[in-house]
Structure formats: structure tokens, C-alpha cells
Design a binder for this molecule. Structure first.
Ligand code: BGC
Length: 727
């Protein structure tokens, strides 16, 4: 399949056209109408709910995954079984064989800055999907994590479009290599969960093009990705599932995208407008497509040509990955290999944010180590919502169904630390009682506090503080302990009011079900950390572009802010439309803090190593007409092997005023101590261009660019200039 996928690609279009010519009208409608793959009765349908409805009950044949489209056996068209897949194949409700390896969160994957490793993750995901009979994965969320309180940041790939788009593309290609269709989501402009069904994101065209759309453009252009999923929100006044601008003008016409567009679950709101805007498939019920689309085709309000185009797009995508010809038996899940990849991603994705020399601790250490908090005796946390994986081994901690549940993966930092420090005494305290925790800390040589933050789809976090008084716990422990190390297991960014009082901080994100081994590996120096944060850690929420997430207006007949619970989250998320005006414009993520001269706790791209790298030299060549090539020589001048992520940031010439300095490329290089190596970064000139609203195209401003060669967005080691001619 790996080799045949691209060669088959050629005739995918031809075969799709041929198949469509043999389909009846009813079959054409059937293929563009997707259902929930789970019998809805299993949930019960909340009263008055506009999202979960009995019509979602799938026709026979569904395997219990997120989505299902019946096949057309007479033409050899297989049924489509769709499942979520950000950190492993998901199982929204328990389904037989639906347990998967829980990989580190997408944000953790991004923190590796390692293209090959993310591609490998994509392949592993494809394998797991095939093993479960899933042939379309609702995989990569490419929205930018520019609202640090968003409940879905753990599913996103950081705040920078170049980083996000590049790594998402690797993941999707890896998955498709295995003969499974990969989809990318949520197209586009959904940065917060609060009110996501009734939210209108307002973003000016240039900022959209150079921000979130650039991430999608990088991931999709020439990559032959099978499917794109729209988002729930409106963008500049139109539902994204009804936006001709987004789906047809930009995606299909300008970027030449040949796959299909599906709606997010419940994000279709019309028949004719959606179909004519470029939506190719409705999920998760036959409300707007199905019989309504059949009638529209009969009336001619949706031309038959357009219906044929929808079908062609779906078929070409499934033919291109080899689904139509796939007669291989389902593989057995490669659990051990997948766990090994999960561990490698965690080892490369965990970022050592602070280290005042305490780490690594020698494996021969024979003192006492206190491990405190976050069920670190038995579990690591994971994010919730449609990306939550039912882990192999099940949840080791009972899930509290009253409050927002934390999802726990079976993996024990305590056990991993005991194994890493065989001569030490490693003791655990739950952290539930501050007094007991501080007593253990006082008696220990080193204290490692695990701190977790619950995040999940549907809910933004109320503040950037760690929940459940964990800041208090850490402060009290740090005040009394000899040495305190904090391991953050979070969806993304949190504030660290105790930062000066602790010796080291690891950002482990949601590290997946081999995260414990990775954390212990870094603490003991078996692994030299090389993760770099893909999001900026601010010093205060006052420094953010918006003091709070955009609030929903009160619901009719109710006063005050909308209260969301697990039970009412679908109904309460609805009501009057409201605008989320992203007036920070081009200043997304680190660009905001830079433009406003704001200090940050940890800048974008930051992460420490146990070795040191010297930046020896840099050479820029205008290699080809459409790109420059930057060669950076670095040397590992420390005493252990390690990896450096060489980052390039461009400052624009005078001819492009108000263009913020931006990441244009990077290379990750592993070097033995004392060894020099050259990082080679190819930068397409598009990444040094600005979007011209006037001409509707990318324009390379002429003049002198400054290229910073940096170890983080704020740690510039070398600078070079290059003159480029306007285009
Ligand atoms: C989410 C999508 C997901 C879909 C199916 C939606 O609520 O926004 O990301 O793929 O559900 O589970």
C-alpha cells in the first residue's frame, strides 16, 4: 500500500469519474450523507437538543465509531468508518476492540519539532485504525493555539502556522501511507470552545491568510490529503460549512485541493447554500443532505454536476490511498511498537523549561525522592472530548462523573522513577492534604510535584491557574523542600506563580501512556530533553490580547453567564450569535508579546538541554527561484549527546511595514559531544511573503531581510541579512 498509494493516485481521478457514471441518484446521495457510527440510544438524546438527535442512528453496518457511511457493494465501494484520532484512535463510547494506545497529545507531538517522528506517529495511527476497522481518521486539528484558555489546545499543534501546518502535514501523510484516509480540521477560525456553535470569528483577510489559513495551506497544498472537516463557528459572517470563499475559492480553486469536505458533527445548516459553497458530505445525520439534497437536485437548485463532484471527490480520496483495492486482512494492533513510538514522542516532546542545575539526578542517587500529586502513583492525565482515547489497560483512576472528569491513562511515574533510581527511596503522597505533602517533602532530598490541568472539548478553562489549589500545594512544598522539581501535565499554558521557588520545571503536556517512562528518563538523564514549547507561556493573563475568552451572551430567559456542565453542554452552547473579534490581527502567539515588548515566562521555541550548543556559522544561499537555503553549523560543546532545534525567524524589510517577525523554518539536529554538524533549512519564499489583499496573492516584499538563527524566539545566536527582489 505504501508504494501503491501515490502511483495509484494518477488514475484515482479517472476511476472516480468512471464509478460516478455508474451510480444511481440514490447511491450518490447515500455517499454524501454520513451518520453517527454509534447507536444514539446508548447516550439518550437530551431534550430539545439540536445536536444529538435520533436521526443520527446509523443504518446497519456501523462499528460504533464517530461516523459511518454505508458502502455500495455492487460497485466495490467500501463502507466508511470514521473515528477521532489526535492522540490515538478514539472510542466515543466503549466499542469492542476500541481500546488504543494513547499517544502524547498533539501539542506534545508538536513540541518535538521532529518531522520524522510525527510522520511515524501518523503511520502508527494508520495501523491502529486499520486494526480496528476504521478507514477514515478524523485526525489532525490544525487550528492555532492562540487562545491559551481554549479547552482544545492539547489537540492543536501550537500557536505558529508554519510549525502547525508542517507537522500536521507529516502526520496526515504518514496515516495515508498506511492506506487510511486522513482528515484535517477544523476549517477554520475556531479558537475557543465557549459558544462554539454560535460564535462568529471576525478576522481581517490578511491576518487570516498569514495566520490560520497559512497553516492549512502548508498542510494541504500538493499533499493529496483525503478529507477536510469544517468547523462549528461562523467566520466573518458565514458558517464555515456554507462559506463559498473558504471551501471553493480558497481551498478547492486556489490551493487545488482535490479531496472532499465534510462538516463537523452537526455543523451543516442548509442544503443548497452548503452544497453550492463546496460542502461535500454532511455529518452526522441525513438532515440537510439525504432526502433534502435529493429534492434539491430534482428541482435543479443543486445541479447534478455538483452532486457528481461531491461523489468524485470522496471516491478519488479513498481510491488514492488504496481503500478500494485493499484486500489485506486487518492487521493485529502493533501494541508494543506503538507504545515504543508513544514513548519516543514523549521523550522528545517534554520540554525542560527551567533547570537550575538539579537535573539530571544521577541514577546512582541513594537519597529520598518524594513524588507528590496527580495520581502519579498509577496514572498520567489526558485531554477529554472527542479526542479522548480509551487506553489499553483502562482507566486506573475512577472518573468523577459529577464534575468535569479528568481522563487518566494507566502509566505510573512513581514506578518509573523507582526503576530509574534503584538505590533511592522513592515515596508517594497524593497531595490531597497539603500538610501531609509538606511533611514528606521536608523529610526528602528531592521533591517532584506532579501538577495536572483538566482540559477538554466543549469547555475552556476559566483561568490559566492550575486547578484544585495546586499552586498553593506547590508553593507550600517548595517553601519547605530542599529541592523541588515540578512536572506539569497540562493541556497547554499555565501560570507559574511559584516559579522562582522551584529548581526545575518540566512541561510534559499530556504525555501519553508511556509518559511516565519518558519523565523518569529525563529526570535521571537517560534521556537528554529536546522538546521546545510550541506555545508562549505568559507571565500574566493581563498580557494576553484578550483578558478573557469571548463570553456568550446570556441565554433567553436566563440571567448572567452561561453555566456549562457535562449534561447541558450541547444545549447551553447555543443561543444568540456573538462576535469574537480577533483584533490582534497579525500578532498571533509570540508575535503579540514581541510587538508589545512584554516579558514572558517562557518564550515560544524555548526548551533546555543537558548539553550546550555553540552556533558556529551560517550561510544563506538563494538556492532556487522559489526558496532560500540556510545552512547553520552548530557544535555540541557539552559532555553528553543531545539534539538542538535550530530555528529561523525573519524580520521583514522596510517595504513590508507592520509585518511581525516570524518563524520561517527549523531543523532538529542530534549530535554527539564534541561533534559539529550542519542544519540545512529550506525556506519556501512564500513563508517570507505577505498576503496582498489588493491583488489576492502572496507578494514577496523586496529589500533586506534579517534572518535570526535562534535557539528560541527570544534566544538569537546569529543574524544574517539577505536582499531579495520583490515579486
Ligand atoms: C468535534 C470533531 C470531531 C467530531 C466527531 C466534534 O464535536 O469537533 O473534532 O471529529 O465531533 O467526533
Amino acid at each position: 500500500m505504501t508504494t501503491s498509494a501515490s502511483s495509484m493516485d494518477h488514475d484515482a481521478d479517472g476511476r472516480a469519474v468512471d464509478l460516478v457514471s455508474q451510480m444511481t441518484l440514490a447511491e450518490k446521495i447515500q455517499l454524501v450523507t454520513g451518520y453517527m457510527g454509534i447507536p444514539i440510544d446508548a447516550h439518550g438524546v437530551p431534550e430539545g437538543n439540536r445536536v444529538l438527535t435520533p436521526e443520527m442512528t446509523p443504518p446497519p453496518g456501523a462499528i460504533g465509531s464517530d461516523g459511518f457511511v454505508p458502502g455500495i457493494p455492487r460497485l466495490g465501494i467500501p463502507a466508511l468508518h470514521l473515528a477521532g484520532a489526535g492522540a490515538g484512535v478514539t472510542s466515543l463510547v466503549a466499542r469492542p476492540g476500541g481500546e488504543s494506545v494513547a499517544f502524547p497529545s498533539p501539542l506534545a507531538q508538536t513540541a518535538t519539532w521532529n518531522r520524522d517522528l510525527v510522520r511515524e506517529f501518523g503511520r502508527r495511527l494508520g495501523d491502529e485504525a486499520r486494526a480496528q476497522g476504521v478507514n477514515v481518521v478524523l485526525a489532525a486539528a490544525n487550528n492555532l493555539a492562540i487562545e491559551p484558555r481554549s479547552g482544545r489546545n492539547f489537540e492543536f499543534h501550537g500557536e505558529d502556522p508554519v510549525l502547525s501546518g508542517t507537522l500536521v502535514r507529516e502526520e496526515l501523510l504518514g496515516t495515508q501511507d498506511q492506506g487510511v484516509v486522513a482528515s484535517i480540521k477544523h476549517f477554520a477560525g475556531n479558537f475557543q470552545e465557549t459558544g462554539r456553535f454560535v460564535l462568529n470569528s471576525v478576522i481581517d483577510e490578511r491576518s487570516l491568510r498569514e495566520g490560520e489559513l497559512l497553516a492549512f495551506e502548508i498542510a494541504l497544498t500538493d499533499a493529496d490529503i483525503g478529507a477536510v472537516m469544517t468547523s462549528y463557528n461562523k467566520l466573518n459572517g458565514d458558517y464555515t460549512s456554507e462559506s463559498y470563499y473558504l471551501l471553493t475559492e480558497v481551498l478547492k480553486d486556489e490551493w487545488g485541493y482535490r479531496g472532499w469536505v465534510m462538516s463537523d458533527w452537526g455543523a451543516t445548516h442548509s442544503t443548497v447554500k452548503s452544497a453550492m459553497a463546496g460542502l461535500d458530505q454532511e455529518f452526522p445525520h441525513a438532515h440537510w443532505f439525504g432526502a433534502a439534497l435529493m429534492a434539491a437536485v430534482a428541482e435543479g437548485t443543486v445541479p447534478l454536476d455538483r452532486l457528481d463532484d461531491m461523489n468524485r471527490r470522496i471516491l478519488r480520496s479513498i481510491i488514492a490511498v488504496g481503500l478500494l483495492d485493499d484486500e489485506r486482512p486487518r492487521p493485529l494492533p502493533a501494541v508494543e511498537a506503538n507504545l515504543a513510538t508513544a514513548q519516543r514522542i514523549a521523550e522528545e516532546g517534554i520540554a525542560l523549561l527551567k533547570n537550575s542545575g538539579v537535573l539530571p539526578i544521577s541514577p546512582e542517587f541513594s537519597g529520598t525522592i518524594a513524588v507528590i500529586g496527580s495520581h502519579a502513583d498509577v496514572a498520567v492525565p489526558a485531554g477529554g472530548g472527542s479526542a479522548a482515547v480509551t487506553p489499553i489497560g483502562g482507566s486506573p483512576v475512577p472518573v468523577d462523573t459529577g464534575a468535569l472528569p479528568v481522563f487518566w491513562l494507566p502509566d505510573s511515574p512513581l514506578r518509573a522513577l523507582k526503576a530509574a533510581f534503584p538505590c533511592a527511596q522513592v515515596l508517594f503522597d497524593s497531595g490531597d492534604d497539603v500538610y501531609s505533602a509538606t511533611r514528606l517533602a521536608a523529610e526528602s532530598d528531592v521533591t517532584i510535584v506532579f501538577a495536572q490541568q483538566v482540559t477538554q472539548e466543549h469547555f475552556d478553562v476559566p483561568t490559566l491557574d492550575l486547578p484544585d489549589d495546586q499552586n498553593e500545594l506547590i508553593s507550600q512544598v517548595a517553601a519547605i523542600a530542599r529541592t523541588t522539581v515540578v512536572v506539569l501535565e497540562t493541556g497547554g499554558v499555565v501560570l507559574m506563580p511559584w516559579l522562582n521557588a522551584v529548581a526545575a520545571v518540566l512541561a510534559a503536556w499530556y504525555p501519553g501512556q508511556r509518559g511516565a517512562e519518558a519523565i523518569a528518563g529525563i529526570v535521571s538523564g537517560r534521556v537528554n530533553p529536546s522538546g521546545r514549547t510550541p506555545v508562549t507561556f505568559p507571565l500574566s493573563a493581563d498580557d494576553l490580547p484578550h483578558r478573557e475568552v469571548f463570553p456568550m451572551p446570556p441565554l433567553a430567559g436566563q440571567e448572567g453567564p452561561v453555566e456549562l456542565t457535562l449534561v447541558n453542554m450541547l444545549t447551553q452552547q447555543q443561543g444568540e450569535f456573538f462576535d469574537a473579534v480577533y483584533d490582534e490581527g497579525l500578532l498571533l502567539g509570540y508575535k503579540w508579546y514581541e510587538a508589545h515588548g512584554l516579558d514572558v515566562a517562557f518564550p515560544f521555541g524555548h526548551g533546555l538541554s543537558f548539553t550546550e550548543f555553540a552556533y558556529v556559522g551560517c550561510n544563506i544561499v538563494a538556492a532556487r527561484p522559489d526558496r532560500i537555503e540556510v545552512e547553520v553549523e552548530i557544535e555540541n560543546v557539552g559532555s553528553v549527546a543531545g539534539a538542538e532545534t535550530v530555528q529561523l525567524y525573519a524580520t521583514f524589510p522596510q517595504t513590508a511595514p507592520q509585518t511581525p517577525r516570524r518563524l520561517i523554518g527549523w531543523a532538529k539536529l542530534r549530535l554527539e559531544p564534541g561533534v559539529r554538524g550542519t542544519a540545512v533549512v529550506e525556506v519556501p519564499l512564500k513563508l517570507m511573503s505577505v498576503w496582498s489583499v489588493e491583488d489576492s496573492r502572496w507578494r514577496l516584499p523586496g529589500g533586506r531581510f534579517v534572518i535570526d538563527v535562534a535557539a528560541s524566539s527570544r534566544d538569537v545566536r546569529l543574524s544574517r541579512e539577505i536582499d531579495l527582489e520583490e515579486r
